[in-house]
Design a protein. Structure first.
Lengths: 119, 230
């Protein structure tokens, strides 16, 4: 149990290093992409170029992704400052999300179904 | 320090308890993120703790979002043979999906004359939360609102997807998977499991591609477009 926690902590630390590296690169080269996306690309390249092994980060990565929703709670609690959502505006927001999501499902699904067929 | 440990312990315990309940009783469709958030809001109100204080104490959790986003490179690496083979299809599907998501949301929000801060916080709603949070910050939205809109999108997307697939004859697992990952991010990906392993792979890849593409939109033409219409 302790060993597993240790491994996860170390691996999360290694992934965190990619974030720090991405922030440094972003600042030095002033790339207009968010550091997280630069970090994602760096981690992918490091794996692809065999600079690091999947086993070095796999458990830490799985931990971060499985627990992802937990990390949003402190931010989500901030919703309490927006009671406007309890008014009619809240209903409009839900209606907009419903309609737009239906359009996105339809557009993406149809396009992929159409182009996927030609393979 | 002690308050910070307290805030994190409370959040983790509540979240894991509700998550265990949700897994034990799947029929109740409990959403651990929503229920934990509501419980904490109630507790903070009862004990008269300001929300900002709790957010400050719990920032270790918030700090984990960025490395979690980076970890999305792992599924792309694992499924790289699929990415190589279907790169064109993945790009077309998520480029069109991301464009349609942003433009339809923007158009509808203008139609309903929503307040600017609501409109801007709605724009990242179709992408997975860590990317949406990053994008909301970049374009001047409210992160708490963006998170809630992302969750609502996922839940509604999964709810309406079977009807849309049936009516529009979207039958292949690849198309269904990509539509779910594009329109309903991680919630959609869980649902894609019903259409098989291939659908899950494509759903995951569409989710990561959509996250990156939409965030790049958010940094490039979107601020210009927002300026134009508001």
């Amino acid at each position: 149990m302790m060993k597993k926690i240790g491994i996860i902590l170390l691996q999360v630390g290694l992934i965190y290093l990619f974030l720090l590296l991405a922030i440094a690169i972003k600042n030095i080269l002033s790339i207009p992409l968010p550091a997280t996306i630069i970090g994602l690309i760096l981690l992918f390249l490091a794996l692809q170029l065999k600079l690091i092994k999947l086993a070095w980060i796999e458990q830490g990565g799985r931990f971060l992704m499985v627990q992802l929703l937990l990390f949003f709670i402190p931010s989500a609690v901030g919703i309490v400052n927006y009671d406007q959502l309890l008014s009619l505006d809240g209903l409009w927001v839900v209606l907009i999300i419903l309609t737009s999501t239906a359009i996105v499902l339809a557009a993406t699904g149809r396009v992929v179904e159409r182009f996927g067929d030609q393979k | 320090m002690i308050k910070s440990i307290g805030a994190i312990l409370l959040t983790v315990t509540l979240y894991q308890t509700i998550k265990a309940l949700a897994q034990r009783y799947p029929k109740l469709r409990l959403n651990p993120l929503i229920l934990t958030t509501i419980s904490i809001i109630i507790l903070l109100a009862l004990f008269d703790v300001p929300v900002e204080q709790y957010q400050q104490d719990g920032r270790l959790l918030t700090n984990m979002i960025a490395p979690a986003t980076i970890a999305f490179a792992i599924p792309v690496y694992k499924h790289f043979h699929t990415v190589k083979r279907y790169l064109g299809l993945l790009m077309i599907g998520t480029l069109i999906g991301s464009t349609v998501a942003i433009l339809s949301t923007l158009g509808l929000a203008l139609l309903f004359s929503l307040d600017d801060y609501l409109l801007i916080s709605l724009l990242p709603r179709s992408i997975t939360t860590p990317f949406a949070l990053e994008m909301a910050t970049e374009i001047g939205g409210v992160s708490a609102l963006a998170i809630v809109f992302v969750i609502i999108t996922g839940l509604l997307g999964v709810l309406i997807s079977p009807a849309i697939f049936q009516v529009l004859k979207i039958d292949s697992p690849i198309a269904r998977g990509m539509a779910l990952g594009m329109a309903a991010h991680a919630v959609g990906t869980t649902r894609a499991l019903e259409y098989g392993e291939e659908a899950v792979t494509f759903s995951t890849l569409a989710m990561v591609f959509a996250g990156v593409i939409t965030t790049i939109f958010g940094l490039t033409f979107l601020p210009w477009l927002i300026n134009l219409v508001l």
